[in-house]
Design a protein around this ligand. Structure first.
Ligand code: 0X9
Ligand code: ZN
Length: 302
């Protein structure tokens, strides 16, 4: 089991996934997709309803691309908890879809924020002789480095020495490309600011089918508003936040063929990236309300 009264370390998160695979072998599969630069296992959990049908459409969710955004992996864990341990209430979300979840994309950075430097954002591979880390959300190979990304290895938004210079972003790339044709909804959890962002992040132009994205994101925002009164801002990344190329969301939509790709920026805590222990459960359960509504909309559309 897992609690929502702590920000868990990466090893505890992986142990929870393994525990679920053991306890629910007909509905849960855990795989190691690859290793981080510092050799940590990036584990995915695939959740089905156990009906034995293969080749279903897939909702892919990840979190923890940015190390310091602790509420994001907590949100992914809550989704896992709901889909697996509260399956009876969520069976509608697993009838025609499987879910693949990678709760911590950047475990080296995540651990570093627990042990050394709370505000670390990037990966931990040396970026030059003087600085560490690449912004994993500037490292994807789609309009890589064109805007909103730094060439300076010490910057927090360093784009990397090349696109996909980081083992962690390569792993996400390969997972996404491995779902070609089946992947219908890519959702990546970040914090903070209460945004539901869709492509593009590299240009202020909207994709031709932006209305589909908008419909899904608005469904999430409306469900959250109804349940807690929390307001989410919906729109394209460039238009409602800022332009930044090389994000995982643009890659999932622009290259990996996911028809819906959304970045969800969860709420801030008192100091931004530091929700209090008491805030974790209200935040992640509210997030789940939004994710549930978005997933229902995607399932109905695709
Ligand atoms: O800048 C980012 O990577 C995201 N915001 S955060 O504060 N969590 O760092 C927003 C990413 C939006 N998507 C793209 N720009 N592609
Ligand atoms: Zn982020």
């Amino acid at each position: 089991s897992i609690s929502f009264t702590a920000f868990h370390r990466h090893a505890e998160i992986n142990a929870y996934l393994d525990e679920l695979a053991k306890a629910y072998p007909s509905r849960v599969t855990v795989q190691t997709a690859g290793k981080s630069y510092e050799n940590r296992d990036l584990k995915t959990i695939t959740i089905s309803n156990g009906d034995g049908k293969s080749g279903k459409n897939v909702i892919f969710l990840d979190a923890g691309i940015h190390a310091r955004e602790w509420i994001a992996p907590a949100g992914a864990l809550y989704v896992i908890y709901q889909l697996v341990e509260n399956f009876v209430s969520n069976a509608d979300l697993l009838k025609d879809y499987d879910w693949v979840i990678l709760p911590v994309v950047n475990p080296d950075g995540y651990e570093y924020t627990h042990t050394n430097s709370r505000m670390w954002r990037k990966t931990r591979k040396p970026a030059s002789s003087s600085c560490y880390g690449t912004d994993a959300n500037r490292n994807f190979d789609f309009h890589w480095g064109e805007v909103g990304a730094s060439s300076y290895s010490c910057a927090d938004t360093f784009k990397g020495t090349t696109a996909f210079s980081e083992p962690e972003t390569k792993i996400v790339r390969d997972l996404l490309l491995g779902l070609l044709g089946r992947g219908k909804f890519y959702l990546t959890l970040h914090s903070y600011g209460n945004y539901l962002l869709y492509p593009w992040g590299w240009t202020s132009d909207l994709p031709s089918d932006w209305r589909a994205h908008d419909e899904v994101a608005q469904a999430g925002a409306a469900a959250i508003m109804k349940s807690t009164g929390t307001e989410y801002t919906v729109g394209s990344s460039t238009n409602v936040l800022y332009a930044a190329a090389g994000g995982s969301d643009d890659y999932a939509f622009g290259v990996a063929g996911f028809p819906v790709s959304i970045t969800m920026e969860l709420p801030a805590g008192g100091t931004g990236f530091d929700p209090t222990i008491a805030e974790i459960l209200p935040y992640v359960s509210e997030t789940w309300t939004g994710i549930r509504a978005m997933a229902q909309k995607v399932i109905e559309k695709y």
